[in-house]
Structures are given as structure tokens and as C-alpha cells.
Ligand binder design. Sequence first.
Ligand code: PAF
Length: 285
Amino acid sequence: MEIATTVAEARGFIRSWRSHDLAIGLVPTMGYLHEGHASLIQKAREECDRVVVSVFVNPTQFAPNEDLAKYPRDFAKDVKLCESLGVGLIFHPSPEEMYPPGYATYVEDPKLSENLCGRSRPTHFRGVLTVVLKLFLILEPTRAYFGLKDAQQFFILKRMVTDLNLDIALVPGPTVRELNGLALSSRNSYLSEEEKKAALSLNQALTLAKSLLRSGERQTATLIAAMKGAVAAEPLVKLDYAEIVETTGLSLIPEVTGEALVALAAYVGKTRLIDNFLWEGEDKV
Ligand code: PAF
């Protein structure tokens, strides 16, 4: 397995693979890899000739008041996991390599970033789109893999790929959960044991909304009120949002008539966690 820390080094490996017509699968990450990342890497291994994992805690997707400095990092452990999963290249650049002095260009999608996480993190998706486009241009993947725990991110990236005519297939991977239902996230490492228990209320609220949908409820106000109630029952958790949007423009909808994204974010103590499910229509979920 190769490790590249500069754009030039990474390009060397990529160019030689591309010259042999090898399909490259990219799994972009911020490191501190967990089972969710591992499942994306495994999928990429099955579908591509070479797998590249980027490990980069991207400063432009954190607001000044957020957790950039304390975001968990364990590069040595990430390297071991990638090695064991058959990754061909880890791209692990420094912030200066990705954003040298004078850096000024950003990609944004104000429409799809309006609701859900975009409301409380107004510059977040601009940072995500910018870094992912840079990673695409540096690493030239055939396919790129993203987890659906960040469903809004996935839909916004799909929009970018379409709008900018990028010849890259985006592949979603399902949210991986602990047995108790807690969605895996690098940020779970911030939680105390008590907070971990309290955090189960996020998935419980979503499960409640899903069962109401299954029993025929379609009014989003009713579904949202039920989710708010489930989260409010847990004193350690403070809801940021519970919203239901359609999956093309990510606009809020009064009624669920087709595919919809049911999503929420909440503070568990000081840690902000997100979770969601995709409602695909009548019998599909
Ligand atoms: O999902 C993430 O970990 C990040 O947002 C990503 C896609 C690696 C961009 O920094």
C-alpha cells in the first residue's frame, strides 16, 4: 500500500494506474475510520481495480466555533485498517497542501444547502463540495463512495457531479449502526457512556416516524411532532432540527407523496450528531 502526502506524489500513482486502464475507486474520509468506512472500502474493492482512501480533516467544512481542532485523529490505526482491507493508496495531505497561501476558489450549491444541516452550518457544504471536487480532480476516480448517514452531503455531491459534467459514478453505502441502533460516527468518540445511551433517542425518533409512515401517516407536521416528542423525552439531548424533504431539491414538503428524506440533528451534551432514513415510497422501506 502506498501513502502520498502531496498532490504530485498522488498523481504519480493515479496516472500510472489510469494508463493501464484500471478502474479507481475513491473513498473520501476525514480519518478515524470505523465500520461504516470499512464497508465503503470493501464495496470499492469489489467494484474497482484499485482503491484510494483520502484521509483529510478538511478545515473549510468547519465553522470557527466547531470542532476542527479536537476532531479525532489516529492515522496509524487508519493505515493498519486500510492495509488490511487491500487499499492501494492513502492520500493524506496537509491543510497547506490542499489550501496553499492565496487559495480563493470555492464551489457552492445554495439551494440544496438551504435546509437540514445547511441551516445551522451555513458554510459546511461549500467546504465539502470544494474539497471533494479537488479530490476528484487530483485522484481521478472512476467511482466514489459515500455513506448515507450524510444523506444531504450525498444528494448535494450528486447534484455537483451532474451540474459540472463529472464523469464519476457516485456510489452510496448504507448507514452502519451499532446493535443498539446508534449510527456509527467518528464523533461518537466524544460521548460519555451516559450520553451514548441518550443518543439512542435519535434512532428511536426516526424509527417512530418510520412506523407512522408505514401505518399510513403522510402529514410531515405530524411525523415531525412525533420525532420531536421522542427526542424531548431525553433530557441530555437537544434537538437541532427534525425535517422531511423531497430528494431532488431537498425542499421541505407538507406531505410525503414519494421518495423523502427524514432527517434530524441533535446535540448530545456538546456533541452534534445526525441521523436519517430514506423513505422510498409505499412498500420499499
Ligand atoms: O463525509 C466526510 O467524511 C467528509 O464530509 C468528506 C466527504 C470526506 C469531505 O471532507
